[in-house]
Design a protein around this ligand. Structure first.
Ligand SMILES: Cc1cc2nc3c(=O)[nH]c(=O)nc-3n(C[C@H](O)[C@H](O)[C@H](O)COP(=O)(O)OP(=O)(O)OC[C@H]3O[C@@H](n4cnc5c(N)ncnc54)[C@H](O)[C@@H]3O)c2cc1C
Length: 452
């Protein structure tokens, strides 16, 4: 195997970050990008690293999950975040970019490297002969996704997100909500929010009158295949009470009752979403409602009045693999260790997450080709927590995730003081950045000697 040649598929956010990192290391890179010959349906230019929708990369505050992720990646040698800062537009404490300025600059950087060979072709088949990073994103071309399906089976592939919102457990009011499983079977794994008739009718009215986000044409193809909660509700006022909100077999042991009779008119159930049980998703609540409407709806549910929503429900075309089954924490495929995946294809969600995993795959590709031990970050860092989440084998149903505090390891300390979010996030942020600093210190020449 020629250890100086690397193939990178997709010059989007993850692929461009990986290509620039590895070009600086002197590798000869074939960067294969299908645009402008073939379009994705969401991109509108021929430039690399195009932002397909919003121009925001989220908060810069180091006490926010997104801010910390960016800072970790900057320390590890990210070029894209550096260029984003150079092309930022005013937006308070968040990082928003002049998208044209940004992608033309990334284009110029890529073209300035003689060792990057940009090939405008569609990559169609997984081929392990050459070390490869696949970063073809949420709108990967069909030929390639067919090849992935052939290699790993259909069950390890998903075509759209039909995501239910996720909320922080700490924000649930347990004076109202209670833990129980239906008919008391097994552990009391679910958190249940009970509704009486009046509360249900109020909830129902908010739901059927809420506005949905518009679907793009290429997304609508997938829309018929799943059942958002708002579509189900429009089939009749009781449809949800016989579906995801059915109350049968759910009892709050604090209230004396006849165990055979329904205690409630309807129940919203929440299921644990992360290893540490900080996050819970609303069972059966995949939705395409506008985010403001989702907030209003969720906060109308008894027990969720102060719910902190860490991820809203979304529905859009989104190709991602079943990372818990096929990917290592190094972002290598378990089947072919010279093939790495990066970006949204791995099941991370968002611009910052895609850039950061692009960088991480490149760092490990470099180490792999140099016979160095590969890096596995712990969930004390934000990037490590994301990768830990997408490769966690025990997910009942793997769904994409963006950076959030709920996936990071709990921090030890004075319990009273830790109730203060600001204080808690300060500790978590310091802990993460110290780990990244130590990693770089111990590995000076390998990681962040990245100057443009
Ligand atoms: C419609 C839509 C809107 C989104 N809006 C937001 C948002 O507002 N904020 C946010 O944080 N995230 C958003 N995302 C999610 C995500 O952050 C972006 O999609 C992000 O660009 C993903 O980065 P990536 O590098 O994984 O993929 P991309 O940036 O999409 O890059 C993949 C590249 O691979 C190319 N490609 C695909 N298949 C092949 C092939 N077979 N051969 C060669 N090239 C190929 C594509 O042309 C593309 O250039 C959105 C996603 C979608 C689909």
């Amino acid at each position: 195997m020629d250890k100086t040649k690397i193939r990178i598929i997709g010059a989007g956010l993850a692929g461009s970050e990986a290509a620039i990192f590895l070009a600086k290391k002197g590798y000869n890179i074939d960067l294969i990008e299908m645009r402008p010959k073939y379009q994705t349906g969401a991109h509108s230019t021929s430039y690399p690293a195009e932002f397909v929708c919003s121009n925001s990369l989220g908060s810069l505050d180091l006490l926010s999950a997104s801010g910390l992720l960016k800072e970790e990646a900057i320390k590890l040698g990210s070029t894209l975040f550096k260029v984003a800062k150079e092309h930022s537009v005013p937006s308070g404490n968040s990082l928003s970019i002049d998208r044209f300025g940004f992608c033309t600059k990334i284009d110029a950087i890529i073209k300035s490297y003689k060792n990057i060979n940009l090939i405008n072709e569609k990559y169609e088949k997984i081929d392990p002969k050459i070390p490869t990073i696949i970063a073809t994103g949420p709108l990967s071309a069909k030929e390639l996704t067919n090849s992935i399906k052939e290699e790993f089976g259909c069950e390890n592939f998903h075509f759209y997100d039909a995501i239910a919102p996720i909320i922080e457990k700490d924000s649930i009011d347990f004076n109202i909500a209670f833990k129980a499983s239906r008919w008391d079977k097994g552990e009391a794994d679910f958190i249940n929010c009970p509704l009486n008739k009046e509360e249900y009718e109020n909830f129902y009215n908010i739901l059927v009158n809420a506005k949905t986000a518009p679907l793009k044409e290429f997304e609508a193809t997938y829309f018929e295949g799943c059942m958002p909660v708002e579509v189900m509700a429009k089939r009749g006022i009781d449809t949800l009470r016989f579906g995801p909100m059915k109350p049968v077999g759910l009892f709050d042991k604090r209230i004396k009752t006849d165990f055979k009779k329904n205690q409630f008119y309807a129940v919203v159930q929440l299921r644990q979403d992360d290893k540490m049980a900080n996050l819970y998703n609303l069972v059966g609540f995949q939705t395409n409602l506008k985010w403001g409407e989702q907030k209003k709806l969720i906060q109308s549910i008894p027990g969720l009045k102060n719910a902190v929503i860490t991820r809203y429900g979304v529905m859009h075309a989104n190709t991602f693999v079943n990372s818990p089954k096929i990917l290592k924490k190094t972002l290598q495929l378990k089947k072919y260790e010279n093939i790495f995946l990066a970006g949204q294809l791995t099941g991370v969600e968002g611009y910052c997450e895609s850039i950061s995993t692009g960088l991480f795959s490149a760092i490990n590709m470099d180490r792999y080709l140099n016979n160095k031990p590969l890096i596995e970050l712990t969930n004390e860092t934000m990037l490590g927590a994301l990768i830990d989440y997408i490769t966690y084998k025990e997910h009942k149903k793997f769904q994409p995730i963006n950076s959030n505090w709920g996936i990071t390891k709990e921090i030890a300390g004075d319990k009273k003081k830790l109730k203060n979010k600001q204080y808690k996030n300060e500790l978590r942020s310091k802990r993460a950045l110290a780990i990244i600093d130590n990693l770089i210190k111990g590995d000076k020449s390998e990681i962040s000697n990245q100057q443009n």
